[in-house]
Design a protein around this ligand. Structure first.
Ligand SMILES: *Cc1c(COP(=O)(O)O)cnc(C)c1O
Length: 310
């Protein structure tokens, strides 16, 4: 399973639309924390997030006949823009179903990218069910945001880039929503560089991976906080959870550390400010979660002089 994923990551077609983002040094925060911190600048992607990688990899590998029937997804966030831009790049129809409650700015962002927006239902769940049903009825391909091998493989290209950009990396901290990003990154590193520790970071009001680790199976959280909206997922993805539990190639342990770092709203806000002070970029809450987790983990484990990626 692990080596199959690595092969898929190496064969992933992401660079038609995504860029290889820089891994930037963060000298101020590094000095403050007594460790070497670098930022993987996925906020510099064309749609400001890594979601483009998975969406494009999944869509571009569809057979021609299926491509021509178009793609459909449900999302009010970064996945929506990734699918819309991928559709535009491939010259195919892309329908994005969004709940009626979606802010107009997000609707407009998808439309600008050539996506066809369908407003349906009052919650993500209702919109998602509708998109899946419509895909079946119209013969369009449904593009999941994380629960898919090709999506995970697309996100996993980040692991490949990090290793090439920083051979001496010790830790990679990853924000977890449905788990597609961490599954892809950890699959690559767990196979190719098993000495690297991959640490999951969750918002304490949507800690669905921690809940699954504790229960020994995927559980549905009764409610999720929406502040970190990019990671507000009530249940860890089925395929990501399978991958997350795989063993490293040297059998030294699971590819993702069992200790989940939980961060709260205040800690995320502090990390947004840290990021601004460091590079004058303003990131969304989910984009600051990894750094918030790094700060907490360093303090708890008294790390010094480690090479750490956010
Ligand atoms: C989607 C997203 C995540 C989480 O990715 P998953 O694959 O759902 O775990 C984290 N940060 C940002 C900015 C995102 O858009």
């Amino acid at each position: 399973m692990l080596s199959r994923l690595v092969r898929q990551i190496l064969q992933a077609t992401v660079y038609d639309v995504a860029i290889e983002t820089p891994l930037e040094a963060a000298p101020r925060i590094s000095e403050k924390l007594n460790n070497n911190i670098r930022f993987k600048r996925e906020d510099l992607q064309p749609v400001f997030s890594f979601k483009l990688r998975g969406a494009y990899n999944r869509i571009s590998q569809l057979p021609r006949a299926q491509l021509e029937r178009g793609v459909i997804t449900a999302s009010a966030g970064n996945h929506a823009q990734g699918v819309a831009l991928s559709g535009k790049k491939l010259g195919i129809r892309a329908i994005i179903v969004m709940p009626k409650t979606t802010p107009d700015i997000k609707v407009q962002a998808v439309k600008r990218l050539g996506g066809e927006v369908v407003l349906h239902g009052d919650s993500f769940d209702v919109a998602n069910k509708y998109a899946i049903q419509r895909a079946a009825e119209d013969g369009m391909s449904f593009i999941p945001p994380y629960d898919d091998e090709m999506v995970m493989a697309g996100q996993g290209t980040i692991g490949n880039e990090i290793l090439r950009q920083w051979r001496d990396v010790d830790y990679v901290f990853v924000a977890v929503g449905g788990g597609g990003l961490i599954a892809g990154v950890a699959a690559y590193l767990g196979d190719v560089a098993p000495h690297v520790k991959v640490i999951p970071v969750e918002y304490d009001e949507s800690a669905c991976l921690k809940a699954a680790f504790e229960a020994g199976e995927r559980v549905v959280l009764p409610q999720v906080g929406l502040f970190a909206d990019g990671t507000a997922v009530a249940q860890i993805g089925e395929k990501p959870f399978e991958v997350i539990q795989l063993q490293k190639s040297d059998n030294s342990g699971p590819i993702v550390e069992r200790e989940v770092v939980l961060v709260n709203t205040d800690e995320i806000c502090a990390a947004i400010k840290d990021t601004y002070d460091e590079c004058r970029s303003i990131v969304e809450p989910s984009g600051a979660m990894a750094l918030a987790g790094i700060k907490k983990y360093i303090e708890k484990h008294e790390l010094i002089g480690q090479n750490i990626v956010s």
